[in-house]
Design a protein around this ligand. Structure first.
Ligand code: COA
Length: 333
C-alpha cells in the first residue's frame, strides 16, 4: 500500500473520557435567572461534566489509553498526534506535544488544530489525507476541550451550554473498500467571527486588567445569530455529502451531528429525511463539549454494539469561525 497509490483511511479504534463531576441544570437556577425547563426545551441539555483540576490533556490521556488498549498497540506505534481543541493546555507548546510526552509516544510528530466545534471533522479530513498519501500509518486523533476553563459562569446565555470531555479515534490505512472515509465537504466563513469568539488572550488583545474586567477571556456568543447560520450550514453540507455520493437518507445508518443544540440536530435530520432513531444524540448528558462531541457519540454507540462494519455514517458540525462541514464514512470496526 505504500507504492504511491491512493489508499483509504479508516477509524480502527474509538474511546472517550468524561470527568466524574456532574453539573445538573438545577445548579444554574440556584444562582442565575434560568431554569431546568428553559434549558431542556431550548437546548436539549439536562446536565454536563466538569473537570475541576487539570487540563485538556488530562481529559485526552485516559481516552487515548483506552484506544491503544482496544487496538492492542503501544504509544511508540503512533506516527502522528492531532489534537482538535480550542482549550489547549497553554498557548504553546501545542497540546499534541504535551500529550506526546505524557503517553510517551517517542516516534510521533503532531500538532493542534483550531476549528472550534468543527475541530474533529476538520482534523479527521486532515488525518485522512495524510494517511491516504502514505504519510502516516497510525494517527491518534484527539477531540478534547475543557470548556469550563473559558466559560463565564455569570452569563446565562452561554454557561448552560458547555461541558468538558475528550473523544479519541485511531486512523489507519485499509484495503477494504467497504470501509473507511469516503468524502468530506468543509467550509470556513470568517464573517461569523463577531458572533462567536473569545476576544482576549491572543495577539490582538493580550491579557490586561481591562480584558479581564470586560470578561474577554470567556466564550462570547450571539446565540440567535449563530443558531440561524448553524441550522442552514449543518443541514446543507449533510444533505450535500449524501446526495453527491448518490445516496439517500435511507442509505445512512446514523447521522453523527455536533451536539450544540437539539433543535439544530433535529433540523439537520429533517433536511436529510432520516428518522430520529438514526441520529446519535447525547447532548442531554454532556452538553456541548466542542471538539469532543462527535468522537464521544461514535465511542458510545460503538461500545453499545449499535454500529456494524460497512455502516454509512454522516458526521456533521458547525462552530466558531464560522467553520462547518460533513464527512461521509463507512464504519470499519
Ligand atoms: N435561561 C433563561 N433565559 C435565557 C437563558 C437561560 N439560560 N439564556 C438566554 N435566555 C433568554 C434571553 O436573554 C432572551 O431573553 P429576551 O427575549 O428577554 O432577550 C430569551 O431567552 C431568548 O434568547 P435567545 O438567544 O433568542 O434564545 P434561543 O432560543 O436562541 O436559545 C441558544 C439560545 C444559545 C440555546 C441558541 O441560540 C443556540 O443554541 N445557538 C446556537 C449554538 C451553536 O450552534 N453554536 C455553535 C457551536 S458552539
Amino acid at each position: 500500500m505504500s507504492n504511491g497509490l491512493i489508499r483509504r483511511a479508516a477509524i480502527t479504534a474509538v474511546a472517550h473520557y468524561v470527568p466524574e463531576e456532574v453539573v445538573p441544570n438545577s445548579f444554574f437556577s440556584s444562582y442565575l435567572d434560568t431554569n431546568d425547563e428553559w434549558i431542556r426545551s431550548r437546548t436539549g441539555i439536562r446536565e454536563r461534566r466538569i473537570l475541576r483540576n487539570g487540563a485538556t490533556s488530562d481529559l485526552a490521556v485516559p481516552a487515548i489509553n483506552k484506544v491503544l488498549e482496544q487496538r492492542g498497540i503501544v504509544a511508540d506505534d503512533i506516527d502522528l498526534i492531532i489534537v482538535a481543541t480550542v482549550t489547549p493546555d497553554m498557548m504553546f507548546p501545542c497540546t499534541a506535544c504535551v500529550i506526546q510526552e505524557k503517553i510517551g509516544a517517542k516516534k510521533a510528530w503532531g500538532f493542534d488544530l483550531n476549528a472550534a466545534c468543527s475541530g474533529f471533522v476538520f482534523a479527521l479530513e486532515t488525518a485522512r489525507r495524510i494517511v491516504e498519501s502514505g504519510g502516516a500509518n497510525k494517527v491518534l486523533l484527539v477531540g478534547a476541550d475543557k470548556m469550563s476553563s473559558i466559560t463565564d459562569y455569570q452569563d446565562r446565555n452561554t454557561c448552560i451550554l458547555f461541558g468538558d470531555a475528550a473523544g479519541v479515534v485511531l486512523i489507519e490505512p485499509t484495503d477494504d473498500l467497504n470501509t473507511g472515509i469516503i468524502d468530506a465537504i468543509l467550509h470556513i466563513d470568517g464573517s461569523g467571527a463577531p458572533h462567536l469568539n473569545m476576544k482576549a488572550g491572543g495577539s490582538l488583545n493580550p491579557p490586561t486588567h481591562e480584558t479581564i474586567d470586560k470578561r474577554w477571556h470567556y466564550v462570547f456568543q450571539d446565540g440567535k445569530t449563530v443558531f440561524k447560520s448553524a441550522v442552514v450550514g449543518m443541514a446543507d453540507v449533510s444533505a450535500e455529502v449524501v446526495e453527491r455520493n448518490k445516496l439517500t437518507g435511507a442509505d445512512i445508518a446514523y447521522l453523527v451531528p455536533h451536539q450544540a443544540n437539539l433543535r439544530i440536530i433535529d433540523a439537520t435530520r429533517e433536511r436529510m429525511g432520516i428518522s430520529a432513531d438514526k441520529v446519535m444524540v447525547n447532548i442531554d448528558k454532556y452538553g456541548n463539549t466542542t471538539a469532543a462531541t462527535i468522537p464521544m457519540c461514535l465511542s458510545e454507540w460503538h461500545a453499545a454494539g449499535k454500529l456494524k462494519k460497512g455502516d454509512n455514517l454522516v458526521l456533521s458540525s458547525f462552530g466558531a469561525g464560522y467553520t462547518w462541514g460533513a464527512i461521509l464514512l463507512k464504519w470499519a470496526i
